[in-house]
Design a protein around this ligand. Structure first.
Ligand code: GLN
Length: 461
């Protein structure tokens, strides 16, 4: 990643990124731009460089931030109406860590409202377009961040991945994306979706850049009790040389161009001397159903705080407290948010709790166990990220279940809390980007990024 120097100033870098952001306005990457603050911060970095002070490992690097990270500057909307007027009194730990190293946020990127979705079409502000084909979706929910990197507006962007929201848009737009081990990066100051699977991660152009961002942001935070003691800065425990392939993902059912991209990557791994191990993981076929029970349950609870009173939008015509809650939430949430609140309340209700929520938790435990067993036989697993390449805008909007089915290969690792790295894997004959993912045991993030970097080197040869 190019950082600011005396010759190549932070102000120049930030100006260039802002210009590009405007040039690509029709992709609808950003919800808001931070022009004034960004330029002011860039001038401060340049002043530090002039004085010979250490400007940080990301000095003057412009970045794009998913609109669900809170900061005292500007608004955080989570691409929703209900948070549109919201001003945060706090700044997310991840933003603070990036900015302490000199990174400069140029704007907030579009997303599915509250991160519910796989296409960025559920944004209150309208959809983001795919970087390589404007008739197709950007993927989601961190669609804006993926496209910001793919279009070369910024060298990196932040995202969140609760069920694929970094890896899927990364592969739909041909960039690298990491969903770390659950608990690696503090979620303090990030709008909660499903607390047992939410993870913060990044998009960038290379595995090396992701490694640097992880190094900066990983670590325990007293404000997020789920964070792990920092394991990331240590050396990768050992290099990986056994790759697992899951027999239960029937690749004959995925799009043939994705299957070809997967096979090609496997060949690259073999040419690097990796041994291929076949894995039986029958419980994975329940992962999507489990995810779409547990996650809405957590969403219904997390979104209950948006009541029209505590923050954000309030319906001013409401005449009673109940009406304030009802009308504000009705106006403020998107249909997909409401669908998930309803599903969540249903699966948690006393009559159905055992049949749905409780059963899903038991199945989740079996899924976790199957990954643990798999990682006794192999070091990491290679799978596609999605069964299909980026779909057309509007293709799934009238049929939510068909949209959910696109997540079938991304959600299992969120349930298990394990890391996944999406890497580019060529493109379709229509020039639509494809990706595959490397999945490893808990805390193997650094080793996965090393494999990702080695693959890129091998393919360059
Ligand atoms: N597409 C998945 C969903 O709709 C994942 C979203 C996410 O990771 N935030 O739930």
């Amino acid at each position: 990643m190019q950082i600011a120097t005396k010759e190549h100033t932070a102000v120049e870098m930030v100006k260039a990124a802002l210009e590009k952001a405007k040039q690509y306005e029709d992709y609808h990457v950003f919800v808001s731009l931070n022009e004034e603050i960004a330029l002011k911060k860039a001038a401060e970095i340049d002043a530090k460089i002039k004085k010979g002070e250490n400007p940080g490992r990301l000095a003057g690097v412009p970045y794009a931030c998913k609109d669900n990270f809170l900061s005292k500057e500007g608004n955080t909307t989570a691409s929703s109406k209900i948070l549109e007027p919201f001003k945060s009194p706090i700044t997310a730990t991840a933003i603070k860590k990036l900015e302490d190293e000199g990174a400069i946020m140029i704007g907030r990127t579009n997303m599915d409202s509250f991160a519910h979705g796989s296409s960025t079409e559920n944004s209150y502000f309208g959809p983001t377009k795919n970087a390589h084909d404007k008739t197709r979706v950007a993927g989601g929910s961190s669609g804006g961040s993926a496209v910001a990197v793919a279009l070369g507006i910024v060298p990196f962007a932040t995202g969140t991945d609760t069920g694929g929201s970094i890896r899927q848009p990364a592969s739909f737009n041909g960039v690298y994306g990491i969903k770390p081990t659950y608990g690696t990066i503090s979620r303090y100051g990030v709008v909660a979706m499903a607390s047992s699977t939410d993870c913060i991660g990044f998009f960038a152009d290379s595995a090396e850049d992701l490694d640097l961002l992880m190094d900066i942001c990983a670590g325990q935070d007293p404000y997020d009790m789920t964070t792990l003691p920092d394991y990331y800065t240590e050396e990768a425990p050992h290099s990986f040389n056994k790759v697992g392939v899951i027999k239960d993902f029937d690749l004959s059912k995925v799009d043939p161009e994705i299957k070809a991209a997967f096979d090609h990557k496997l060949e690259t791994l073999k040419s690097m001397g990796m041994e291929v191990v076949e894995l039986d993981m029958p419980a994975l076929k329940y992962a999507l159903a489990v995810y779409y029970i547990i996650v809405p349950a957590e969403i219904s609870s997390n979104l209950s705080r948006h009541d029209g009173i505590r923050y954000g939008y309030r319906n001013e015509e409401a005449k009673s407290l109940d009406e304030v809650y009802g009308k504000s939430r009705n106006d403020g949430f998107m249909p997909e948010n409401k669908r998930r609140i309803m599903i969540g309340n249903f699966v948690l209700s006393s009559g159905f709790y055992d049949a749905y929520y409780n059963k899903a938790q038991k199945a989740r435990t079996v899924i976790i166990k199957q990954y643990e067993d798999a990682f006794k036989k192999c070091d990491f697993i290679l799978t596609p990220v999605t069964p299909n390449p980026a779909f057309k805008l509007g293709e799934h909007t009238s049929d939510p279940v068909s949209m959910y089915l696109e997540d079938i290969m991304s959600v299992p690792l969120n349930l298990a809390g394990i890391p996944g790295v999406a890497i580019p894997a060529g493109e379709t004959k229509d020039s639509i980007s494809l990706g595959v993912q490397l999945v490893g045991p808990r805390r193997s993030d650094k080793a996965l990024l090393k494999v990702a970097a080695d693959i890129a080197k091998q393919e360059e040869k």
